[in-house]
Design a binder for this molecule. Structure first.
Ligand SMILES: Nc1nc2c(ncn2[C@@H]2O[C@H](COP(=O)(O)OP(=O)(O)OP(=O)(O)O)[C@@H](O)[C@H]2O)c(=O)[nH]1
Ligand SMILES: [Mg+2]
Length: 201
């Protein structure tokens, strides 16, 4: 009988690759909802109540039921495949929190820009931001009930997006729909060759 170490050592499974993805877009477009509907951990939220004093700047047109707003960030996690984990960082939607974006964008592989076709102009700033920094993004239209439906081409033209930017219709409340958006971000970012070190997450 032979004792000693076997040659057939069991290799520990490689740790999953962790990628950072931002979720951006205008005020009240559904960023916090999107992170919450896919996150497999209790999402971290930084919501504060909307107040009467903020009414002139916090325009809740189309989302009249909205009572709170994100003041720092949302954070969630989703395992897309056993070897691929996404960390989701939802940005605050209002202009007065722009100073947080550069911190949040550090080490991001890619981004989702969420848009509401009733207020399409609200996502211009996010589109510009990612285009300027060369961060790959998918434009996801959050199809609110009652909002007119527009074709992917119409949205692409209205936002003057480059042809390679994916445009996807989604429902931020629906896990499968949001997963589709996230898969598109990862595929698009990898195809664009804009990969960052996971260590930067
Ligand atoms: N009908 C409908 N309502 C939605 C959808 N997504 C979000 N909502 C509602 O719209 C409101 C805004 O959602 P939030 O997820 O807080 O939006 P946000 O983009 O995080 O907002 P800020 O952080 O304040 O910029 C909430 O009342 C949601 O319940 C959607 O797909 N359909
Ligand atoms: Mg929010």
């Amino acid at each position: 009988m032979v004792f000693g170490r076997s040659d057939r050592r069991i290799r520990p499974a490689a740790p999953p690759v962790a990628l950072k993805v931002l979720v951006a877009g205008g005020f009240g477009v559904g960023k916090t909802t999107l992170v919450g509907s896919v996150s497999e951990i209790q999402p971290l939220r930084t919501e504060e109540l909307l107040t009467e004093a903020g009414r002139p700047v916090d325009d809740t047109f189309g989302v009249e039921a909205k009572r709170t707003t994100t003041v720092a960030m949302d954070f969630g996690r989703i395992t897309l495949r056993e070897d691929l984990v996404l960390y989701l960082f939802g940005t605050p939607g209002q202009d007065r929190f722009w100073f947080l974006w550069d911190e949040l964008a550090q080490g991001a592989l890619g981004a989702v820009v969420l848009a509401d076709t009733r207020r399409l102009a609200d996502c211009f700033a996010a589109v510009d931001y990612f285009e300027r920094r060369g961060i790959a993004f998918t434009l996801a239209v959050n199809c609110f009930d009652g909002a007119a439906r527009h074709s992917e081409e119409a949205v692409r033209d209205a936002l003057d997006l480059d042809p390679e930017v994916p445009v996807i219709m989604c429902d931020a409340r629906d896990r499968e729909s949001v997963k589709e958006v996230l898969v598109s971000v990862v595929e698009h970012a990898l195809a664009s060759g804009i990969t960052r070190s996971p260590a930067a997450v």
